[in-house]
Design a protein around this ligand. Structure first.
Ligand SMILES: Nc1ncnc2c1ncn2[C@@H]1O[C@H](COP(=O)(O)OP(=O)(O)OP(=O)(O)O)[C@@H](O)[C@H]1O
Ligand SMILES: [Mg+2]
Length: 346
């Protein structure tokens, strides 16, 4: 079959993910492809309409009008415009000689911009989180060098503070490395049959002192007969550690923290509950983001950087699961996840 060039060109214009608008030298639209019309909807077709009725963006309209004004040289630089929450890059190209028409190409760069913002925010966050402990280390070591080193009690106290801040920086860097590996799928998982009951009891034991120091009762409830799950022990231990650490950290003196596991269909469901501060509803969707903290000052005071739950989410996702959060401010929170039972069909 011989296919006409027109059909091919028309199909390309129809299907391409770049907006195209052709404008004649009288400032009238000649043609707009569907992608362009999605960005700038015009009822009843564009042909013959003045561009002011077609281009609903002042910056772009000005650029297109200027492209016909003598000397006729459409700008070669791309123009960035924002319209209804999306960001577009527009390129103007002269068509024919003596400025007979101008073609406008419109590319949707919203996603690129979003990633760019995330990267910028990330660098700003990391720098800020590292700068704070570093400033303390510098301050205390300078004071020691200025003479405080002679006083034995001060020396020991300052060294302890320096050590604490250095530990915090090291932890932050470790967390960032784990997170970056998880996000780029470079951290290999070693799924194997796993006794979640043992993992829970061992981890809870490890938190005994932290809970006792804060006057918090911590309990674990796991049936003896619980089936084994499939998972990477080290990674899942990190999940349980991070969730218990939060539960204790964000619960007032005298509160309760409990962890339980039970069978639910072909999975084992683990719940970590506390009677603590709770999380406002509007913050719940954001707490798994890197560096997000409901109360930045309080969390930082408690040694948190806001990476714990981001790590938890990635590990659970890598196990094919999903995190679930139920929380009410002033009442407490429950963080849950499910793991596939060994041998069970998904
Ligand atoms: N059990 C909880 N109760 C109340 N708020 C919580 C609880 N768990 C998490 N949050 C809130 O979610 C935020 C993010 O938690 P995440 O574990 O990611 O960071 P963090 O605890 O601040 O720091 P990190 O875990 O890196 O030490 C916390 O700052 C806190 O505001
Ligand atoms: Mg945490």
């Amino acid at each position: 079959m011989n296919m006409g060039k027109d059909i091919i060109v028309e199909a390309i214009a129809r299907e391409m993910h770049t907006g195209v608008l052709a404008v004649d030298k009288n400032g009238k639209a000649l043609y707009a492809n569907p992608f362009f019309l999605k960005a700038f909807p015009v009822a009843g077709g564009v042909e013959g309409k003045p561009i002011s009725e077609v281009i609903g963006n002042a910056t772009l309209l000005k650029a297109v009008s200027a492209a016909f004004a003598p000397p006729v040289t459409p700008p070669c630089d791309d123009i960035e415009i924002s319209e209804t929450g999306r960001v577009f890059k527009a390129r103007l190209v002269a068509l024919g000689e003596a400025g007979q028409a101008v073609l406008v190409f419109l590319q949707d760069i919203t996603e690129e911009k979003r990633v760019e913002t995330i990267k910028k925010d990330f660098v700003a966050n990391v720098s800020h989180e590292l700068r704070t402990p570093l400033a303390s280390i510098k301050g205390y070591s300078e004071t020691l060098l200025d003479g405080a080193v002679e006083e034995k009690a001060t020396l020991k106290e300052f060294l302890r503070i320096i050590d604490r801040h250095a530990t915090r920086m090291a932890r932050l860097i470790d967390d960032l490395l784990v997170l970056s590996k998880l996000e780029s799928h470079q951290l290999s998982m070693h799924p194997a049959p796993l006794d979640i009951r043992e993992l829970i009891h061992t981890t809870v034991k490890g938190f005994g002192k932290q809970a006792k120091d804060k006057g918090i009762t911590i309990s674990a409830e796991v049936p003896d007969s619980l089936s084994k799950v499939i998972g990477d022990r080290d990674r899942l231990e990190q999940v349980v550690v991070n969730l218990l650490d939060n539960a204790i950290k964000y619960t007032q003196v005298g509160g309760l923290v409990s962890i339980s596991a039970h069978k639910a269909n072909n999975t084992v469901r683990v719940d970590v509950s506390d009677t603590g501060l709770g999380i406002p509803e509007e913050d719940i969707p954001r707490i798994f983001e890197r560096f997000y903290r409901v109360d930045k000052a309080r969390s930082r005071e408690l040694g948190g950087t806001g990476l714990g739950l981001a790590i938890v989410k990635h590990i659970i996702q890598a196990h094919g699961g999903k995190m679930n959060v139920k929380s009410a401010p002033g009442k407490g929170s429950t963080f849950s996840f499910s793991l596939a039972i060994q041998g069970a069909k998904p």
